[in-house]
Every structure is written in C-alpha cells, then in structure tokens.
Design a binder for this molecule. Sequence first.
Ligand code: ADP
Ligand code: MG
Length: 709
Amino acid sequence: MNEGRLTQTPAQVKDTYGVRVFNDKVQQARLPKDAYKALRDTITNGTPLDLSTADAVANALKDWAVENGASHYTHWFQPLTGITAEKHDAFYAPTADGRSIAEFRGKELVRGEPDASSFPSGGMRSTFEARGYTAWDPTSPPWLLVSNNSVTLVIPTAFVSWTGVALDKKTPLLRSMEALSAQAVRVLKLFGSKATRVTATFGPEQEYFLIDSNFYFNRPDLLNAGRTLFGATPPKGQELEDQYFGSIPERVLAFMADVEAELYKCGVPIKTRHNEVAPSQYEVAPIFESANVATDHQMMTMETMKRVAPKYGLACLIHEKPFAGVNGSGKHLNWSIGDDLGNNLLGPGDTPHDNLQFLFFCTAVIRAVDVWQGLLRYSIAHAGNDHRLGANEAPPAILSVFLGDMLTDIFEQVEKAGQAKSTKTGGTLDIGVGALPKLPRDAGDRNRTSPFAFTGNKFEFRAVGSTQNVGLPGTCLNVAVCESLDTLGSALESRLKKGEPLEDAVKAILKTTIKKHKRIIFNGNGYSADWQREAAKRGLLNLKNTVDALPQIVTTDVVRAFEQYKVLTEAELHARYEISLETYNKTINIEAQLMVLMANRYILPAALEYQTQLGQSVAAARAGGVLSKGGKKHLANLVKLIDAFKAQTDKLDAAAAHGGGAADKHAKYMRDTVVPAMVKLRALGDQLELVVPHAQWPLPTYREMLFVK
Ligand code: ADP
Ligand code: MG
C-alpha cells in the first residue's frame, strides 16, 4: 500500500473523461445510422424506441462492453430503500460445441426482471405477485463499473411492478420532468419563445466525513447505524474554525483525486472539493446536468466514495449526523430549469427588472415553495435529517425562500407598483492595494441559514440530507413548480385572451402573486428564535420532525396534483408514506438495539472492571492503614453512575421491545418514548467515558476519530 501517496502524475482528465461511458461519441461510431438517429431522438425528445432499434443498440453496447473487458451486465435501479440495486448477468452463453459466446439482445436491454419481492413496495405488490420489471432508461447513458477482477456494464433503469406501479425513485422523477417541461413550454410560448422542451437541472453538493477505517471497524454504531450513538464531546471541536476551507490533508487529497479520476472516466463532471466546517468533514460538487442524469451521477458519486475510501485506510461516512456536537452533513440541491435553446430560465440577466419572463418564472418558484411547503418538507424528512434540521447548523424545519437584496428590492417594487424600474447593483470592491484588481461585488451577501436560497441563476434547496437520493426532493420540487407554472400560466392565458397586452398582464399577475405569497420570503437569520415566532405569525408550517412531516405526502392537495400531472397515483403516494414510516421505525429500532448492545457488552464491562479496580485500590489503602477519602468518594460516584446507566439501558431495552401496531402510531411512540430514552442513555454513557481510564475504554473516542487524518 502506498499510504495514499501518489507515486505518479495522474492522467489528464481530457484523456480519460468518459472513457467508460457509452456516450454520444461511441453511439455515433458504433450504431447503424438510422438506429443512432432513433436513439438520439429518444434521448432528446422522448420519442419511444422500437425493438429493432433496441436490438441494434444492444448489439453495439455488448460489443463495446466486451471489448472493454466486461463479462457481465446489470440493470441498475433505485428502489425505495434509498440506495441502488443491481443484479449481474453474464453475457456468456454456452454453444452446442462446448464454447461460449457473448450474447445480449434488445429484449434484455429493454427489460429485466429481478426478483422484486424483497424490495419495499408499501403494500403495492404483495409477495404472491412479486413480478417487478426494470425498464431501460435511454436518457441516462450506460457505463462500465470497473473493480477488482471484474468489469460490468451498468444500464440505468426504472423499476416498476407487473401492473406498472412505480417502485422506485427514477420513474416519478422522469414523469415530473415531463410534466414540468410541458407547463414551462406552455408559459414560454406566451412570451413568444420557440422552445419545445424544458429540462430541470440538478447540481447536488455532497458533504461527508472521512475517518481512519481502524476506528470505523471498532465502532459497532458507525458500522451498523452510520452514526455514533455514544461519544463524549472532545476538548477541541470545530470552535477554532480551522477546518473550513483549510488545506486538505494529504491522505484525504489522495482519496479525493482517486474518486474524481474514477468518476471522470464514468463521465461524472466533478468540479469542486474542499474541507467543510466540522473536523474531518469535506464536500464534493459536480457541474450541473439534466436532473435524471445528475441523480444517477450523484448515486454513483456516493458509491464511488464508499468504494475508494478503504484503499486509503479510510471510511467514508455519509450519514446526516455521524458525530454529535459538530456540524452534520447535508446535500445542497442546486436546481434550475433550462430550455432546449440553451437558456437558463432562472438567469436574471443584467437588468432583471426588465426581464419579465425571468420575473414570471422566479415568481412561480416562490409561489411553489409557499403553496407546497408541506410537500417539500416531506421530501427531506427522515430519521437522519431530524438531527440536523433546526439544530442551528442546518436550515430550520420551516421552509422559506431567501432572495437576496437585489431580487427582494425588485419584488418589493413589483408588489408596490406592479413593475420594477431599477436593479440594485453591487458596484465594485476596492481592496485598497494598488496591485490587486478591483472586484465586481455581488448585489447582496450570501445566506447560509436559509433552506431554499436564490443563488444567482438557480435555487439551492439546502435542507436535503446527505444520504438522500436527490430524486425524491427533486421530484417534489418539479411537481410544485409545475403546478405553479400551470396556475400562473392559466391566469396569463386568460388575460391575454381578453386582449390585455403581455406586459400589463404579466405585471398584474406578478403583483397579486407576490402580495399573496411574500410571507415565504425571508432574508434574515434562519437559526434565530425570532424567526420561529415570526414564521408562526406568518402562518408558515413548522413541522419539527419526521413523524410530523411524513403525512404531508398524502394530503388531498398533494394527491390531486401528483395525479393531475401523472407523476404518482394516490396508491403510489400512500405506499411511499407507508415506506417512509416503516423506514423511520426500523431506523430508530436498530439504533435503540445497538445502544443496548453497546451498553451491555462494551461500556458496562469496562465500567465494572474499573469499579473493581477502584474498589480494590480503596480496600488496599485501608489494609495499609490509610483511608482513601477521595478514592471512596470517586468509587461511590462511579457506582451510582454505573447503576443509573444500567437502569437506563434496561429501560431502553424494554421500550424498544414494544410491539408496534400501526406504522403511524408506532412512529409516534418511537419519537416520543424510544428516542428520549436513547438520549438519556447516551448522556450517561458519555459521562462514563470521561471517568473510565482511556486504556480500558472499549470504543475509539471522538478525539481520535475526528482528528487522526
Ligand atoms: P456554492 O458554494 O455557492 O453553493 P458550489 O460551486 O459549491 O457553490 O455549488 C454550486 C452548484 O450549483 C454546482 O454544483 C453547480 O453546478 C450548480 N449549478 C450552477 N448552475 C446551475 C443550474 N443552472 N442548475 C442546477 N445547478 C446549477
Ligand atoms: Mg452551495
């Protein structure tokens, strides 16, 4: 092992980028002309693909994969577990004369049939009708998964039941993109645009921790729950702010470069890397892409990081809150919409006050966040994110929109006068040193406390959890904006029909819409207690935890919208509600059981051993004719603490054994009874950690895990 030190100059990205992808260039070179044209038409315009084209694609795909060393192919999908799933099949088929040939037909490319019965379906598919299909998604290019001793062709797919019910996260995302495109194009037409298709774009930033894998393997909680369930606060945390944007440790940089090299080969456009706020916390971000491809690439990014870390003796932690007391990890979902003429519809241009089309789209998003607060809150709700949202390090659980000074000023003008006459500019910033250039200054400062911020030419949904598949929040956002564009578009159409000039009609709509929905705009400090009060006054939802937020996915309005835009049916939504509840219950249950296990088999034995030593030491002193006053007191305190710890362990054990009942009731019980019992047990365990001698403490400590780099 090279201990993470690079021994050679890495290959240039331009030489390796996309070499493992069946991309446009490869398609063009290898497909018959008409098949190539048909495939491109499917990818760019969504035209259905016929089986003869699929056969041609399958053949070219197989030849390309086999030439690159592939022995197997897999339909890769994103079931409702939140992670990805794959089952590998060999290309090879034996022949009568005892040889074997590589075989792969259109049929096998287009449809796979994994045994779907063990993926969560929320009751949509009982096990006696276990048939589930994976359906090739031609809009996301296949790629080669190269690992030790194997090369596998990976085909991105959607996962549906025999009856056509969506059992995954990709299907609704694709449907929501279609729906959003239709409404956005309809609005663009009213503004005189010739665009025929609009694409939602995602640029997801990923935060994560890296720790030495020796520590990782010695922490049952990290191994099985992804987060530490015990662990005393170390003397040094993140208070010196010496980590954020600090120089990247050598071993970590080697890891990052390796991950990037792997991802570049797979066509994932990684752009930035840096240290984050907490010790041993980092971030990686790509250049934005079409929502669907970006989602696949985001999943590949997480998987690649986990796969590469052990090579450097590291473990990659993606959980929202691996360590208490320091910042947790999020995944900022940068989101925008662009048309097929190359325009970003949320780009304000130089004079946004003049740009009525931009203002219209921007207003539609603002309205969407207000009207669909509950839906968006649902889309980020899960046990892991409960440790972040509202914890003064991550956005509050209240949805609001940060617009910044420039846009806020414009919208204030619009609200008053129906139109804006000027745009605030930032001017330039003189650093006061002649040799340094003057810097153009942004019109407003940034805001790190907002869950949903306008950042120049896109919105940044900052409350998404670090483990999440961005498909879900992305789908919800797409549906919300789709409904908003539909509503505002209809209003605009009816005004135009009455003969009102476009400009007047738009201004009138902007004015009433902003008036009605401006309560969602908030530029202040989202962490402050004032905001909690102010938000309540404004009537904004404040769903503080997962259990409160989950029912939002099955409200009448949400069901109506999802059905209207053909994204998910009522049954599919209810299934997701069920699965979210079950996942929450299972997560808390696993954590509770792990805590009991760690308490009984790790912490208590160590503490009792120390109690014995201490008792012997006090007894020895007495036998020697002295009374160890301090020792006696220490012993008494220790015994008391250990007793309390054991009693609380038994309490948690009993609480976790509770039968359950209906999933929603059980979730409330988990939140109100089990979680508080866990919090209490942890506090006692962390006190013990600070008493028991280091050499006897059975778990790696925060001080070690967070600072050995
Ligand atoms: P910041 O620190 O300001 O959030 P980063 O550079 O870390 O900036 O991340 C910005 C992210 O926003 C990148 O992933 C970038 O690709 C993405 N982004 C930029 N423009 C768009 C867009 N039009 N649609 C979606 N994402 C975008
Ligand atoms: Mg960001």
